[in-house]
Design a protein around this ligand. Structure first.
Ligand code: ZN
Length: 390
């Protein structure tokens, strides 16, 4: 019994355990960043105007921004828990938002269309190369092209490599974790599918411009969702692939971009953020929405849509393995530190007891298992656990 979820039967208890895990990883990560002397940016950081170019952050927060009450509450709790470091916390919305009129955006209000994962100790925005910026603008203004108009929250990565090559847009791609090959993953009865409707009978595609030719996407296209058990799904977002490509090419800056003017990009999801911090390419901002069924990189060349282009399967897989290992080591460490802050949860003792004898990958997989339980946004689940334990 490798997963901490295996012995937890009642759905309410599973949800509580999932929330506890997410809150513990979050607290461990925040503590790690603060004690190393870095600022932590949480919320919506539209502070980067890539039309003007900027390497700096908006230093002020706007309390009237999105989710203002919840952010104020989070700031209060974190300032209290990390008194000595409270000046390093930047929570809320950025003080400066992009002038969208420059982007020929007709239907959307002002917002940012690109977030950064730079090879940098600090969370920074880095100016895109001319070539990458042109690609990002083409995607932003694509609208009816590529069938992406309805694709809200689209997760597309762009790798802006130091050698001058630009790759992208790289879409989110799904992975299938089979029970027989992943004995330490919890086979959540919902199997991790993201649905597009409340009736839960229409599975969301990874994205409209997804990498159709990967092994797992082909398996999904052949009707996997009708199979009722034996696997759980994972969604690897475009930003994570973009960081992978940057590492494969020995350096670069990863971006996540908007695909069409109905999407915006203000901050990385918590799943991606965990991976980005762990791999030394931190997110320009991190938001606490829903990293539903988020997963790190695949570890099989035929599950990368760009393996035919790069033509070095060994390098692709070895780079992915070492990045996933860095993510697992960091996530396990954050979770183990973080349980010191989630003591109000009735499931805290269960979680702590489950660490014994487990590898860092097995412990990090608890986090992936937790993300297969969808419902409350991460910000709400973290606040609830820290305040009441539920
Ligand atoms: Zn993400």
């Amino acid at each position: 019994m490798a997963s901490v979820f295996e012995g937890v039967v009642h759905p309410a208890e599973q949800r509580n355990l999932a929330d506890t895990i997410v809150a513990a990883v979050f607290m461990g990560l925040v503590r790690d960043r603060l004690t190393k002397g870095y600022q932590v940016f949480i919320g919506y950081g539209g502070g980067f105007d890539s039309y003007e170019g900027s390497q700096v952050q908006g230093q002020k927060k706007d309390p009237s921004g999105p989710e203002a009450d919840l952010h104020t509450e989070l700031l209060g709790i974190l300032s209290n828990k990390f008194v000595a470091y409270k000046d390093q916390l930047v929570i809320g919305a950025a003080n400066k938002w992009v002038d969208a009129s420059k982007g020929r955006r007709e239907n959307a209000s002002t917002s940012s269309y690109v977030i950064t994962g730079a090879m940098s100790d600090r969370q920074v925005h880095v100016e895109m190369s001319k070539k990458a910026k042109q690609l990002a603008l083409d995607c932003l203004n694509s609208n009816q092209k590529m069938g992406t108009l309805k694709e809200r929250g689209a997760y597309y990565g762009v790798a802006d490599c130091y050698n001058g090559e630009v790759f992208g847009p790289v879409a989110t791609s799904r992975q299938v974790f089979w029970a027989e090959h992943s004995p330490d993953r919890w086979m959540n009865p919902s199997r991790g599918w993201i649905y597009t409707n409340q009736e839960r009978n229409e599975v969301a595609s990874g994205s409209n411009a997804k990498m159709d030719d990967t092994d797992d996407e082909q398996l999904i296209a052949s009707g996997l969702s009708e199979r009722m058990s034996g696997y759980v799904l994972g969604y690897c977002h475009g930003m994570i692939f973009a960081e992978h490509i940057c590492k494969v090419f020995k350096g670069g800056t990863a971006y996540e971009i908007s695909m069409n003017e109905q999407t915006c990009k203000n901050a990385s999801c918590f799943g991606c953020s965990s991976f980005m911090f762990a791999n030394g390419m931190p997110p320009s901002w991190m938001h606490l929405g829903g990293a539903q069924s988020w997963a790190p990189l695949p570890e099989k060349a035929t599950n990368f849509g760009y393996s035919a282009h790069i033509r070095n399967d060994k390098l692709i897989v070895e780079t992915a393995r070492s990045m996933n290992k860095a993510w697992a080591d960091a996530t396990a460490s954050w979770m183990q530190t973080g349980v010191g802050y989630t003591t109000k949860s009735p499931k805290n003792a269960t979680l702590k007891a489950a660490f014994s004898g487990k590898s860092t990958r097995q412990i990090a997989n608890f986090f992936l298992d937790a993300l297969t339980i969808h419902g409350r946004d991460d910000l709400e689940r973290i606040l609830a656990i820290l305040k009441h334990g539920f």
